[in-house]
Design a protein around this ligand. Structure first.
Ligand code: NAD
Length: 298
């Protein structure tokens, strides 16, 4: 329990619904461990109250705020600057009240998306250098586009994105256009119904990620991959789902002999730590990472 005083600084979390969130628990473990007199609190904020709530970051001199649905794709209009990766994926999950030269919050608000950076940081933490890699990604929702944006900016050479032909498909096509225009990564959009093409491209890929909700309740008994023969033992396999900790897709990959198989817990941890580093300007040390993994049971 943090020792709250008149000096304690505030980080927000603005979303609706939000009462189920794990975020304040995770953030407050980290602030405590870092010795920061900072607390995160969750606020029920929807699109109607977002403008005033963002203004409160300035007026209350908050360090910033995490942003979640339904605000991620609309908050940019109330900010002073948006980071390039957040611009590319069109969503912001972290608003930082930028410090001035004296180290005090300035009221100048900058938006970031730490979901994508968190995913790739978790991959890097395991010693994987993904620069130049060929990737197959399933999904074109919030998690997938954040992963695609940062991967494309940070050096993935070729990205094949698959999705079902639902309302998210067009978003994937737009994402590929933007990646091809703004980065050196070559991005292609495909229909997830084409399982022959999926199998062929997975056989040629270095890294595979499923960033849909398939594998998670209520789709916990399903996988987007028809059978284990789609996986090569040396393919790096990632799922963004963290509950359950092992999805049907991850089981299929392990059955095929894959050894580098990851759930979404690393992404969840590092998206939080990257935001915490931006709010507090404290370095994320290996000791903090180990402590947080222990707290989260990773
Ligand atoms: P979203 O609603 O924005 O996108 C959902 C995606 O899943 C879309 O691409 C959609 O087309 C696809 N999809 C939905 N039903 C499908 C089905 N039956 N078959 C195939 N594809 C289907 O959701 P999101 O926010 O991008 O979340 C996606 C997943 O990523 C969820 O499991 C979520 O828990 C996880 N996630 C994890 C983290 C983390 O930190 N690990 C962060 C964000 C999201």
């Amino acid at each position: 329990m943090p020792n709250v005083s008149g000096h304690t600084e505030l980080v927000g979390l603005m979303a609706y619904p939000i009462r189920h969130t794990q975020s304040p628990t995770t953030h407050n473990w980290a602030y405590d461990k870092l010795g920061c007199d900072v607390i995160q609190l969750a606020f029920e904020v929807d699109n109607d109250t977002l403008k005033d709530s963002v203004q409160a970051i300035r007026s209350l001199k908050m360090l910033g705020s995490n942003i979640s649905m339904p605000n991620k794709t609309v908050v940019h209009q109330y900010l002073d600057e948006v980071d390039p990766a957040a611009q590319l994926c069109g969503a912001i999950n972290t608003v930082v009240n930028v410090r001035d030269e004296k180290g005090e919050v300035s009221g100048y608000l900058k938006g970031y998306n730490t979901d994508g950076a968190g995913f790739w940081q978790a991959v890097k933490e395991d010693g994987i250098d993904f620069a130049g890699m060929k990737m197959v990604l399933i999904g074109t929702g919030g998690a997938a586009t954040a992963i695609a944006a940062v991967g494309a900016i940070d050096g993935i050479a070729e990205m094949h994105i698959f999705n079902i032909k639902d309302k998210f498909y067009g978003r994937g096509e737009e994402m590929c256009e933007k990646i091809n225009a703004q980065t050196s990564c070559k991005a292609y959009m495909h229909d997830l119904a084409d399982k022959d093409l999926l199998k062929q491209l997975m056989a040629e890929a270095d890294l595979f990620c499923d960033a849909t909700g398939v594998g998670m309740h209520p789709l916990e008994d399903l996988s987007n991959i028809p059978d284990p023969s789609f996986f090569r033992p040396d393919l790096i396999v990632c799922d963004t789902v963290y509950a359950p900790r092992e999805t049907v897709m991850m089981k299929q990959a392990r059955e095929a002999g894959c050894t580098k198989v990851y759930n979404g817990l690393g992404m969840m941890l590092f998206q939080a730590l990257i935001a915490i580093e931006k709010y507090t300007l404290k370095e994320i040390t290996p000791e903090l990472i180990t402590y947080m993994k222990g707290q989260l049971g990773i």
